[in-house]
Design a protein around this ligand. Structure first.
Ligand code: FES
Length: 115
């Protein structure tokens, strides 16, 4: 079970929802299921409209991630990820601060999502 807290100027207040770990829902799916007004267009990692800033709240070491090629490309073109951050994600399991909500699978860790 993970707490996912969404924070945005578009919402009156932060919203924290519980996501069941292991059901492989994307962050965008969790947002939609909870009526969080996160933008999305393609839902396929191509448009970049669902860019979010993610930080781990638990104080634990963040769980490593596998970025899709689409996500790397879109975030790079948007200037939200550096070549070093991509390398760190791939070799050191360090997740980058910006993600695409439609490509990010919610894991068993408490996160803050800003958009
Ligand atoms: Fe288009 Fe996520 S909705 S990249």
């Amino acid at each position: 079970m993970a707490n996912v807290t969404f924070s945005s100027p578009r919402m009156k207040k932060d919203v924290t929802v519980y996501a069941v770990a292991g059901d492989t829902k994307t962050l965008l799916a969790v947002a939609k299921a909870n009526s969080v007004p996160l933008e999305s267009e393609c839902e396929n990692g191509e448009c970049g409209s669902c860019q979010v800033q993610v930080s781990v709240l638990s104080g634990n070491t963040p769980i490593g991630v596998a970025l899709t090629e689409k996500e790397k490309l879109v975030l790079k073109l948007a200037g939200k990820i550096t070549a070093q951050q991509i390398e760190d994600a791939e070799t050191k399991d360090l997740p980058p601060p910006w993600r695409l909500a439609c490509q990010m699978v919610v894991r068993d860790e408490d996160i803050l999502v800003k958009f």
